[in-house]
Design a protein around this ligand. Structure first.
Ligand code: TRP
Length: 335
């Protein structure tokens, strides 16, 4: 039996940070062993909030692809492509947009947050409202069985599932109802304990040099009650400890003991943490450097990905058009 399929995507946000890696990307890398994987750069999705400034999108897309490959996404096994290279997504988006009400999309909590945070008020465009419908098209056009995403994407995925059920009940069973695949590891906090995000400025990038990593980790907020060495610390509320937990499994229980007893001071704990993260990322940094030296390889990977994605998307669109009776138009004319 053929392996089950997954589709996932990221918007072209430029270089990725450790939160992206731990929360989503590391999971994708592992899933390649088990599934047929499609990984998409959602450049049309970037337009929903950024349509006035499109000039940075191609460069930011490339940076994301490089981080994917550096992390171990394997272009032989997985299909890596740019959404706008596969026009079929736009056709399916239009068809699916009929199957969801505007009221349903207006209730989407992610949209409400964006309206609040970006002060959009009445300025929400038709395309922005349709963000989850385009995402549904991305997923359903590959008839994906599962979608590995972070928790923040669950409201969107729920809309995809509703649209798929609606399509199937109206036109016949075409789409599997895709399941979310959440990462096991809890979210990695930013240096300040807030959600790691470039707009907050509290990130460690996957591509940061050892020096940059050390500089950043030294600024991380630890347990506010541990002021000097000798004070007992509380690792469970410490951001640096969260990094040790993810990247320094071998030493984490000793670090907990030494922090709680006061024997380990924050400065040396941070130095250790920075060096562990830096060596974890070293092979990724090397792969990134190789890719940057060989841009043609990147172009070839994306061309090949686009053609494999188009083939799969084209097969689904044949089925969709037939299910919706568009092929009967010719019969109607000739008969
Ligand atoms: N909405 C996703 C994000 O903001 C990006 C995305 C676009 C996506 N299409 C997708 C994710 C399809 C999973 C499946 O990160």
């Amino acid at each position: 039996m053929a392996a089950k399929r997954i589709l996932s995507g990221m918007r072209p946000t430029g270089k990725l940070h450790l939160g992206n890696y731990v929360g989503v990307l590391a999971n994708w890398v592992e899933l390649q062993d088990e599934y047929d994987c499609f990984f998409e750069i959602a450049d049309w999705h970037a337009l929903t909030t950024g349509y006035e400034h499109t000039e940075t999108i191609p460069h930011d897309a490339i940076e994301v692809v490089i981080d994917w490959l550096a992390a171990g996404i394997d272009p032989e096994r997985s299909v890596i492509f740019i959404q706008s290279d596969v026009k079929e997504h736009a056709e399916l988006h239009l068809l699916l947009s009929m199957l969801v009400t505007a009221a349903r999309l207006e209730r989407n909590p992610t949209l409400k947050e964006q309206i609040r945070d970006l002060h959009l008020g009445e300025n929400v465009t038709y395309g922005h409202l349709g963000y989850p419908v385009l995402q549904a098209a991305d997923i359903l056009i590959y008839r994906a069985h599962a979608v590995p995403v972070g928790e923040d994407q669950l409201p969107h995925l729920e809309i995809t599932r509703e649209i798929a059920r609606r399509f199937n009940s109206l036109y016949g069973e075409v789409f599997p109802i895709p399941e979310p695949l959440l990462t096991r590891f809890a979210r990695l906090p930013g240096l300040d304990g807030k959600r790691m995000s470039k707009s907050v400025g509290n990130v460690i990038l996957m591509s940061d040099s050892p020096e940059e990593i050390e500089k950043k980790v030294m600024t991380a907020i630890t347990d506010p009650q541990k002021i000097r060495m000798g004070d007992p610390g509380h690792p469970d509320i410490c951001n640096v400890f969260a990094y040790h937990r993810r990247f320094n499994e071998g030493e984490v229980s000793q670090i907990r003991k030494d922090c709680e007893s006061g024997r380990l001071g924050c400065v040396s704990c941070k130095k250790k943490c920075a060096s562990v993260i830096a060596s974890y990322l070293e092979p990724l940094r090397e792969r990134r450097a190789d890719l940057e030296k060989n841009p043609q390889r990147l172009v070839n990977i994306l061309k090949d990905g686009a053609s494999r994605a188009r083939r799969a998307a084209g097969e689904t669109m044949e089925i969709v058009r037939k299910a919706m009776k568009f092929q009967r138009l010719e019969d109607a004319i000739s008969g």
